[in-house]
Design a protein around this ligand. Structure first.
Ligand code: ARG
Length: 274
């Protein structure tokens, strides 16, 4: 039997969200975002989490940082320890200090400003045994070592090869973080990384190219409910077969910037009890 555990998430309202530049293949500044619709979709996601019993903390948006709504890229929090981000692109650089300030103001004391480029949960995923870490487009492999040292968790480096899946969280999602259950799209990874994933996660749910392109892997699971973009319909049945409850949401405005459910959601993982 699957069980949901209550989570704490950090989200940043899309007050300044737009597609102002292009740093991934999904972004076309000539395809404008509807700000009212984006806000409606974002609020629906936030309310969905709250109705599932989760806590959502709010990070104040900053003018001039249109991608800040993708809160998952601003820091990685594991065991109550915070590893800040360092963005690959100058357009997003100023998001990192805004995140650090939030953590310092909210009682986090173990906060590290990183040495190497890492786009946080965009490229880091936490399973019970490992920290899975993406590289190839954004985060540096040096950041993988830095994360292993800081979190004292074994890091598995994975190489992304398809520019549409430039962050690990566009190609892989953790379904149960008390076990090692994930879903991923093999086509996003190098042959060696694909073999590593097959070896570590023989029972993983493998997504089709269609569900990956619908941002179906950019999902957030609480151990039971898997919140994912509503277009990724092919994942519903395999998720149900495994005992999960798929929860489809509409984040189409955010897909124009190359992000969906997970990108909008940073998880604040608490220090272990005791
Ligand atoms: N436009 C943003 C970028 O390219 C989207 C980030 C999406 N976030 C994510 N966790 N994949 O950086």
């Amino acid at each position: 039997m699957r069980t949901a555990t209550p989570r704490r998430y950090l989200m940043c309202p899309p007050a300044h969200f737009r597609v102002a530049y292009s740093i991934n293949p999904w972004m076309d500044p000539d395809k404008p975002v509807d700000p009212a619709l984006a806000l409606f979709q974002w609020e629906d996601l936030r309310d969905r989490y709250r109705s599932l019993g989760h806590t959502v903390e709010i990070l104040d948006p900053v003018a001039g940082l249109p991608d800040m709504v993708f809160a998952a890229n601003g820091a990685t929090v594991v065991d109550g320890r915070v590893l800040g981000a360092r963005f690959a692109n100058p357009e997003r650089a100023d998001e990192a200090p805004a995140h650090l300030a939030w953590f310092r103001a909210h009682g986090y004391t173990d906060v590290r400003e990183p040495e190497h480029v890492n786009e946080a949960e965009g490229d880091f995923a936490v399973t019970s045994s490992w920290l899975l870490a993406g590289q190839g487009f954004r985060s540096s492999p040096l950041a993988h070592d830095e994360a292993q040292e800081f979190f004292a968790r074994p890091v598995i480096s994975l190489e992304l090869t398809d520019p549409r899946y430039y962050h690990l969280d566009t190609a892989l999602a953790v379904l149960d973080d008390t076990a090692d259950e994930i879903m991923y799209y093999p086509g996003a990874f190098s042959p060696g990384s694909r073999a590593v994933l097959a070896r570590l996660f023989p029972g993983a749910l493998l997504a089709t190219a269609e569900d990956a392109a619908a941002f179906g892997l950019n999902a957030v699971s609480d151990g039971l409910n898997v919140v994912l973009p509503r277009e990724a319909t092919g994942l519903h049945e395999p998720l149900r077969e495994r005992g999960y409850v798929p929860v489809g949401v509409d984040l189409a405005e955010f897909h124009k910037a190359g992000g969906s459910v997970k990108c909008c959601t940073m998880e604040l993982r608490p220090a272990p009890a005791g």
